[in-house]
Write a protein that binds this ligand. Structure first.
Ligand SMILES: *[C@@H]1O[C@H](CO)[C@@H](O)[C@H](O)[C@H]1NC(C)=O
Ligand SMILES: *[C@@H]1O[C@H](CO)[C@@H](O)[C@H](O)[C@H]1NC(C)=O
Ligand SMILES: *[C@@H]1O[C@H](CO)[C@@H](O)[C@H](O)[C@H]1NC(C)=O
Length: 209
């Protein structure tokens, strides 16, 4: 009996890993882009797909956030000098009522950010976004700073009112959307936002993690 339960448990676990991996690896992008690596992020129904180019230290990413309504912003970013929300060099997408999606970069300078457009601490020569069947996809090319390949990253979603992004919830899904990603090895680790979750709780006005 014990053995059967263990086997069943293993089957259940491997099924969930396989279905996640399939969603990650078999997703068809509208532009037929193929990405060599994909990770399913642990919270907020998001996936990060990328091609890393060792010759010039750049990475082409597609951040895909599933099940996003038109009154929801999504964002993903690298925190180069720290972790969590403050300092996150972010890609932001805001769906328009007509189905198009506005995409831009925003360097998050504090908890009171309104995610205003700004340049990042590294170059982002390409950024655009689309919404397809409730998935918002941000496509971008990042020239990774200092030839680095491993970074703290954050991702988030929040409400849009009158076209402007508002503060996100502070539910566990919103507090646990931090981790590290290695664009060279494909390794990703969840969590690790030291200080991030403590600081969040102190200030309801902060917007990205
Ligand atoms: C980096 O190199 C790759 C492969 O050679 C190329 O496709 C890509 O356009 C380059 N990216 C940048 C930002 O120079
Ligand atoms: C959709 O709405 C946005 C924002 O109002 C506007 O900038 C854009 O031109 C519109 N696109 C189309 C295809 O109508
Ligand atoms: C909370 O956000 C407000 C408004 O942006 C800001 O003035 C304040 O310094 C923040 N407090 C903390 C503890 O970060």
């Amino acid at each position: 009996m014990g053995k059967i339960l263990i086997i069943l448990f293993c089957i259940l676990i491997s099924n969930s890993i396989v279905s996640d991996a399939q969603d990650c690896n078999t997703y068809s992008f509208s532009n037929n882009a193929i990405y060599a690596t994909c990770i399913s992020l642990p919270v907020q129904n998001s996936h990060l797909h990328w091609n890393y180019h060792a010759n010039n230290g750049s990475v082409d990413v597609a951040y895909r956030h599933t099940g996003v309504s038109t009154s929801t912003w999504v964002a993903w970013g690298l925190n180069v000098g720290g972790s969590g929300m403050v300092g996150a060099q972010s890609l932001v997408a805001i769906p328009n009522a007509n189905g198009s999606v506005q995409a831009y970069t925003s360097s998050v300078d504090g908890y009171g950010t309104s995610l205003q457009p700004s340049s990042l601490s590294f170059s982002v020569p390409v950024i655009r976004a689309e919404s397809i069947n409730g998935d918002v996809v941000i496509y971008a090319t990042l020239v990774l700073p200092s030839g680095g390949t491993s970074f703290n990253h954050v991702w988030q979603m929040g409400p849009v009112s009158n076209g402007a992004p508002g503060a996100h919830n502070l539910a566990s899904e919103n507090r646990n959307s931090v981790g590290t990603v290695n664009f060279l090895t494909g390794q990703a680790v969840a969590g690790g936002g030291v200080g991030g979750s403590i600081l969040h709780r102190r200030n309801v006005s902060h917007i990205l993690n």
